[in-house]
Design a protein around this ligand. Structure first.
Ligand code: F6P
Length: 497
């Protein structure tokens, strides 16, 4: 790896602080407390972890929140929450983990980030009854402000003069503005991994909150999104809610939003799949053994695969209903297809998420009760997280079903064509960010239309082998166009541009 100082796209390291910082709610490591009271550390994955690996062993600092009791213990024991200084293996970069008051954290994370901003950007509200922005919401909002301020304080302390700071996602929308007040010398970027709501929906937020979120992000020098569609929606909200001026260059380059005497550039970086990592990881013995188990279960049948975190936006229930409709209306598939559906736990502190998981399990049981025979289980559902098993399912897929209501990108849609052994057909929601890059070679669906999704599954299952192979190759090429390392470096370079 290149040294930081030698790279033109990185700020030169300065004395007394980090030249590159990342801030995100969830960090690259987490801790659990063992029965003996000892801490064990687990390293996480994902685009940001791979992306940051591109700058190698620099003085980068990753600021994140303590999410569990184990994290809190580790953060308290480390000097200023700096896990690396307490001897933990944080994987290359330094990690500062913030021990934010648990009540404040829960109100900010569950109440605002996951139950408000996530719902707004994914258009999830059942509007006749929700949202209601009451006193409880106001308390949650005050906690969100406190939690964002804790990040801004930590970043201001850790950053070298002129450092580049990359702030992630809807949890930390206020950080760019707060950090600019504390450290005007910094180059600040914000990246949204979610969609952005159109103005008519975004305006549901209380007016002051709607403004604070937008001006918070506009505190950045550059704000970036996964697709042009979400970038445009953000710009539309700035125009509509703030009366900001939006400059849209004809050459498709960065938009510019002029507001409050400052200009913020708006960019697009479509995070791609990490092909090298995935292909190597998907052929290790733990994946092979899970593949053998799955093969035995599905036999000589076609396989429709879906792998999701069980989030309300992933539309798992309608996906299962579409599979049921396929079996009801296309009996020729009986005993010739198996749907392998992995719906992993997510945000179980929220009752809506627990109820949704229960609905997924109930419908899966109904499908098996209605169609299963002694020798054929039409649907295999797993709800416990198992990454090697996911890769095994990717390898086995004849058809990948990715039908979110709305999604920032959806990396599963990109990963399955890269990993599948025989090449797969992709049934893809037109509301996933990935559709902008993969739509041409996918079978596109309206995620709300269960009947059309069933027909799309039929079409994908019936696709001639040569067409499927050709499409799958093109899907894999498009999916890997911007690997995580380049995605990260491009953002750093653009922030300095
Ligand atoms: O999946 C999209 C996403 O917004 C990621 O950007 C983010 O890291 C994640 O969801 C947050 O999930 P969690 O609540 O489990 O930390």
């Amino acid at each position: 790896m290149a040294e930081t100082a030698a790279r033109p796209d990185l700020p030169a390291p300065a004395r007394g602080g980090a030249p590159v910082l990342v801030a995100s709610n969830r960090g690259p490591v987490s801790f659990t407390v063992g029965d003996d009271g000892g801490l064990s550390l687990k390293r996480g994955g994902g685009g940001l972890v791979s992306g940051l690996s591109a700058i190698g062993d620099t003085d980068a600092v990753w600021v994140c929140a303590a999410l569990t009791e184990g994290d809190r213990t580790a953060a308290r024991q480390a000097p200023s929450g700096r896990l690396d200084r307490a001897g933990h293996d944080t994987g290359g970069q330094s990690v500062r983990m913030l021990d934010i008051d648990p009540g404040t954290f829960a109100r900010a994370y569950n109440g605002i980030a996951n139950s408000t901003l996530w719902f707004v950007h994914h258009l999830l509200y059942n509007t006749p009854v929700a949202p209601d922005f009451d006193e409880r919401f106001r308390k949650e909002w005050a906690s969100y402000e406190t939690y964002n301020a804790a990040f801004a304080d930590a970043l201001a302390e850790e950053a070298a003069e002129g450092a580049a700071v990359l702030v992630q996602d809807y949890h930390l929308t206020l950080v760019p503005g707060l950090l600019r007040e504390r450290r005007p010398d910094l180059r600040i970027g914000h990246f949204s991994h979610t969609p952005w709501a159109p103005p008519d929906y975004y305006r549901m937020l209380p007016d002051d909150v709607a403004r604070e979120v937008l001006t918070g992000i506009l505190g950045a020098d550059r704000a970036a999104f996964l697709t042009r569609r979400w970038a445009d929606a953000f710009a539309d909200c700035c125009e509509d809610v703030l009366g900001a001026r939006v400059e849209r260059p004809a050459d498709g380059g960065d938009l510019r939003i002029v507001h409050g005497g400052r200009t913020t550039r708006i960019g697009v970086h479509g995070l791609g799949a990490d092909a090298d990592f995935l292909r190597e990881r998907a052929h290790r013995p733990d994946v092979d053994s899970r593949l053998a188990t799955l093969r035995e279960a599905v036999g000589d049948r076609r396989v429709v695969v879906r792998v999701d975190r069980t989030e309300l936006s992933k539309n798992i229930v309608r996906g299962l209903l579409a599979y049921r409709h396929l079996l009801r209306t296309r009996p020729e598939w009986h005993d010739r297809v198996v749907h392998v559906a992995f719906a992993y736990p997510s945000r179980h502190d929220l009752p809506e998420y627990r109820e949704y998981t229960a609905a997924v399990q109930r419908i899966a049981r109904e499908v098996n009760d209605e169609f299963g025979t002694e020798g054929w289980q039409p649907l295999i559902l797993h709800v416990e997280d198992d990454f090697p098993r996911s890769l095994a399912a990717y390898r086995l897929a004849d058809v990948a079903l990715v039908n979110p209501i709305r999604d920032g990108m959806n990396l599963v849609a990109k990963e399955i064509p890269v990993v599948s052994d025989q090449g797969c057909a992709l049934v893809l929601s037109r509301e996933a960010g990935a559709h902008a890059e993969l739509g041409e070679d996918a079978v596109t669906v309206n995620p709300y239309d269960v009947v059309a999704t069933a027909e799309a599954l039929h079409r994908a299952l019936s696709m001639p082998a040569s067409e499927r192979t050709d499409r799958s190759k093109r899907l894999a090429a498009a999916a890997t166009a911007l690997p995580p390392q380049q995605w990260f470096l491009d953002q750093l370079a653009a922030l300095r541009g």
